[in-house]
Write a protein that binds this ligand. Structure first.
Ligand SMILES: Nc1ncnc2c1ncn2[C@@H]1O[C@H](COP(=O)(O)OP(=O)(O)O)[C@@H](O)[C@H]1O
Ligand SMILES: [Mg+2]
Length: 369
């Protein structure tokens, strides 16, 4: 059978860089052919972070960053193709998430902004580009997120065990894959790594707390954990729900701190907040699940995984690697799949997950050469 190559390009809330995958969807099950990661530098990360808040000259800065990002997306795609020995002409399309700088699905706003200059990316790669996957779902009344559950369903659902997939990126989201005709459920649980990263950068100069080693030196501050957890409206909301840096950011955290806390104790508390909000979400909405599979960069945080195991006793807690897809690549793989859905004119949102009025074809298509 002739291959059906698609490329997925994911740059998530963590602002760590660009994950790319080459997938072949021609066979009965998808095949992940190659992967490539291109990190962001410090300057780009801080310019992107600055655009998450209102500020001077926003439109111009956003447009310039979209151009700069698209140059980097193209560089990552070319790097991936070189490793794969595949030419651009052999690729059907690129699904590019873009870089979220605002996500406001709530009633008064109802928009989401991912930076990417898709025309430039199509021009630089000569490949058809699909972008802006979230807006149509929001226009149809949904959250525009999470979009990965349909892909999780396509590749990870089992006929005889009820599973949950937990993606721990900047934000953590879960997908519940029940048995039989049970609808797939999914939603954002709250912060994944983004508060851990921000606190770690401020106090150690490191962009993340490798393996959770720094958090392991601290003690959980019970009162602070309780306050963060119990006074945040988002945690009490039922699904469908989604969130981002608009809510969970370092200023949000600062408002809860007295300044007397030991810095490593705050890190330990933030790690536990991620664990508690994920475990609570599973207990509340996926009670029958017996297998939990983790993906996203948080899968590398050993302490986080150990604490999740402790918080979810009597369930198997593993990484998606065990299901045949390494934890780092699941999301980019999903965007290759979402591009295919768009090109084939097939819907890709699950209205039970996002709350949209119905299933919709997602994305805007920019033809290649
Ligand atoms: N060895 C590690 N130890 C702890 N955390 C890690 C490790 N490797 C990656 N991470 C975390 O994973 C994040 C990147 O995860 P990713 O899935 O790319 O998130 P996003 O989709 O939001 O970009 C990093 O910012 C960091 O917090
Ligand atoms: Mg990332």
């Amino acid at each position: 059978m002739k291959p059906a190559y698609y490329i997925g390009v994911m740059s998530g809330t963590s602002l760590d860089g660009i994950d790319t995958v080459l997938a072949d969807f021609s066979g009965p099950s998808p095949v992940l052919q190659k992967t490539f990661f291109l990190p962001y530098d410090e300057t780009l990360r801080s310019q992107l972070l600055a655009l998450h808040q209102p500020g001077d000259d926003e439109l111009n800065r956003a447009a310039l960053l979209s151009n700069q990002l698209s140059q980097l997306y193209a560089k990552a795609v070319i790097g991936l193709l070189q490793q794969s020995k595949i030419s651009p002409q052999q690729v059907v399309a690129i699904g590019c998430h873009g870089q979220t700088v605002r996500h406001c699905p709530e009633t008064e706003k109802r928009y989401t902004i991912q930076l990417v200059n898709a025309a430039l990316l199509a021009e630089l790669t000569q490949i058809t580009v699909v972008v802006d996957f979230r807006s149509r779902d929001i226009a149809a009344g949904g959250q525009g997120a999470p979009l990965v559950p349909a892909f999780h369903q396509a590749i990870f659902r089992s006929v005889d065990v009820s599973r949950v997939i937990v993606n721990i990126g900047g934000i953590a989201n879960i997908t519940s894959l029940g048995l039989g005709h049970q609808a797939v459920a999914g939603f954002d649980c709250g912060p994944g790594n983004l508060l851990l990263d921000a606190w770690c950068l401020r106090h150690t100069g490191q962009v993340y707390d490798k393996n959770g080693d720094w958090a392991a030196q601290g003690k959980i501050i019970g009162d602070l954990l309780k306050k963060l957890h119990e006074t945040t409206h988002f945690f009490t909301l039922p699904p469908p729900k989604s969130t981002g840096r608009d809510l969970f950011n370092i200023q949000w955290l600062d408002d809860y701190l007295s300044g007397d806390e030991a810095v490593e104790d705050v890190q330990a508390t933030l790690l536990q907040l991620t664990v508690t909000t994920i475990a609570d979400s599973i207990d509340k909405y996926c009670a029958s699940a017996s297998e939990i599979y983790i993906c996203g960069g948080g899968a590398h945080n050993r302490l986080l995984i150990d604490c999740l195991r402790e918080a979810l006793p009597n369930r198997k807690v593993s990484l998606t690697d065990e299901l045949g897809v390494a934890a780092d690549w699941v999301e980019a793989y999903a965007f290759a799949w979402l591009a295919q859905q768009a090109i084939l004119g097939k819907p890709a949102n699950l209205s039970a997950v996002t709350g949209a009025k119905g299933e919709r074809i997602l994305g805007a298509i920019y033809p290649g050469l």
